[in-house]
Design a protein around this ligand. Structure first.
Ligand code: ACO
Ligand code: OAA
Length: 379
C-alpha cells in the first residue's frame, strides 16, 4: 500500500469508463468516441443523452421514440410542485432548491423503491424521469419566486426549447433554442469531475440513483466547480459597475489572493475546448445585439490571466456571458449546468453499478496518540 499523499485525489485512477475521454494537454474532449466539436455542431442534447445512456448515437426512429419518451415525463406530481412553491416562498437559493427537488422526485417515482438499486432497466427509466423533470422544476421555481404562474411543459418542443418556453412563457427563437441546446451538449459529461465522482461514491455503497444525483447536485454547487459560472458573471458585472478596466480589476483581485472564477482546471493545461465553442457563441450573441461589452471584457481578462498566470479559461468562463446575453437569470446558471450534467451523472452511476466496489480511500492519521481520559469533573 503506497503512503504517497494525493491531495485532492490528483491523478488517482479509480475506475474504467467508456463515457468520456479528456486529453488535458491537447485540449480535447470526447464522448464515447465523438469529439465535442462534432457533437456541438451536429448533435442535439437528446442525441447526446441517448449516446451516453445507450452507447451509440440513435437512428432517426430511435431518436423520435426517445425524445417522445423524455417529453412525456416532463410533468411534475402535485406534491413536487407544492414543495417547489414552498422553496420559492422561503427564497431558497436555486441549487439548494434543486438538490431538495431531486431528492423529492424519488417519492413519486414508481421505480424508486425497486428492490435492486442496480437494476439497469429501472435505472434508465429513473434517469429519464429525473432528466426530463429537472427543467420543469427549475423553470417553475424561477417563475414562482418571481410571483409568476407556473408554465406547464409542452411535449411538442425539444428539451432546450421547452425549458426556455417554461422559463419565459414564450417560445424561444431559433438562436436562443440552438444556443441552449449546444450549451447542454457541451456540459453533459466530463470524466470524473467532482460532482460525478460524488454521485459514484454514493452509488458505490449501493445507495439508489436519486441519492447519487442528489449528492451530485450538492457537489456541483460549490464555487470551485459548477458554481463558478455565476461567479464569472458577478465579476463581469462588478467590473462594469466599477471605474476599473478588466485587467486592473483582475490585477487587484489576484493581489488580494482571490481566485479568478472561470480559470484553471485540474485536467486541462490549455484552453478548455468547451470554452472555445462558448466563446464563439458569446461573440455571436454580442454581434447580433450590437453590444460587444461582455465578450470584450471576457477576452481582455482571458488575455491578461494567460500572460500573468499562465491560466486558461474553463467551461464556466464563456458560458456566463453567453447565458447573460440570452437573458437567463445569473443564479440559475449552475442549475442549468446540472440540468445538462444529470445525463453524465446517471450514466456514470449506471457504469458504477455494473462493476461496483465501494469507494473507500484513507487518510494518514496525524492526530494525537496514547492520551488518557481526565475525568469530566477534573477538566
Ligand atoms: C466545471 C468546472 O468545475 S471547471 C472549474 C470551475 N472553477 C473555477 O473556475 C474556480 C477557479 N479555479 C480554481 O479554483 C482551480 O483552478 C480549480 C479548482 C478549477 C482546479 O484546482 P486545482 O487543480 O486543485 O489547482 P490548484 O488549486 O492547486 O491551483 C494551482 C495553482 O494555480 C492557481 N490558480 C488556479 N486557479 C486559479 C484561478 N482561477 N485564479 C487564480 N489562481 C489560480 C492556484 O492559486 C495555484 O497556485 P500556487 O501553486 O501558486 O498556489
Ligand atoms: O472536470 C472537472 O474537474 C470540472 C469540469 O470541467 C466539469 O465538470 O465539466
Amino acid at each position: 500500500m503506497s503512503d504517497d499523499l494525493k491531495r485532492g485525489l490528483e491523478g488517482v485512477l479509480v475506475a474504467e469508463s467508456e463515457l468520456s475521454f479528456i486529453d488535458g494537454d491537447a485540449g480535447k474532449l470526447v464522448y464515447r468516441g465523438y469529439t465535442i466539436e462534432d457533437l456541438a455542431r451536429d448533435a442535439s442534447y437528446e442525441e447526446v443523452v441517448y449516446l451516453l445512456w445507450h452507447g451509440e448515437l440513435p437512428t432517426q426512429d430511435e431518436l423520435a421514440e426517445f425524445s417522445s419518451e423524455m417529453a412525456t415525463e416532463r410533468e411534475l406530481a402535485d406534491g413536487v410542485l407544492a414543495e417547489i412553491r414552498e422553496l420559492a416562498d422561503a427564497d431558497e437559493v436555486p441549487m439548494a432548491a434543486l438538490r431538495t427537488i431531486v431528492s423529492t422526485l424519488s417519492a413519486y417515482d414508481d421505480d424508486a423503491d425497486h428492490e435492486d438499486v442496480t437494476d439497469l432497466e429501472a435505472n434508465v427509466r429513473k434517469s429519464r424521469r429525473i432528466t426530463a423533470k429537472i427543467p420543469t422544476a427549475l423553470a417553475a421555481f424561477n417563475r414562482l419566486r418571481n410571483g409568476n404562474d407556473v408554465v406547464s411543459p409542452r411535449e411538442d418542443l425539444s428539451h432546450a426549447e421547452n425549458f426556455l418556453y417554461m422559463l419565459n412563457d414564450e417560445e424561444p427563437d431559433e438562436v436562443l433554442a440552438d444556443t441552449l441546446d449546444m450549451a447542454l451538449v457541451l456540459h453533459a459529461d466530463h470524466g470524473l469531475n467532482a460532482s460525478t465522482f460524488s454521485a459514484m461514491v454514493t452509488a458505490s455503497t449501493l445507495s439508489d440513483l436519486h441519492s447519487a444525483v442528489t449528492s451530485a447536485v450538492g457537489t456541483l454547487a460549490g464555487s470551485l466547480h459548477g458554481g463558478a459560472n455565476a461567479n464569472v458573471m458577478k465579476m463581469l458585472k462588478e467590473i462594469d459597475e466599477s471605474d476599473k478596466d478588466p485587467t486592473k480589476w483582475v490585477t487587484d483581485a489576484l493581489a488580494e489572493g482571490r481566485r479568478v472564477p472561470g480559470f484553471g482546471h485540474r485536467v486541462y493545461n490549455v484552453k478548455d475546448p468547451r470554452a472555445k465553442i462558448l466563446g464563439e457563441k458569446s461573440e455571436a450573441l454580442g454581434e447580433a445585439a450590437g453590444d460587444m461589452k461582455w465578450y470584450d471584457y471576457s477576452v481582455a481578462i482571458e488575455e491578461y490571466i494567460g500572460e500573468e498566470k499562465g491560466l486558461a479559461p474553463n467551461v464556466d468562463f464563456y458560458s456566463a456571458s453567453t447565458y447573460y446575453q440570452m437573458g437567463i437569470p445569473v443564479d440559475i446558471y449552475t442549475p442549468i449546468f446540472a440540468m445538462s450534467r444529470v445525463a453524465g451523472w446517471t450514466a456514470h452511476v449506471i457504469e458504477q453499478y455494473e462493476d461496483n466496489r465501494i469507494m473507500r480511500p484513507r487518510a494518514r492519521y496525524v492526530g494525537e496518540e496514547d492520551l488518557t481520559i481526565t475525568p469530566i469533573d477534573e477538566r
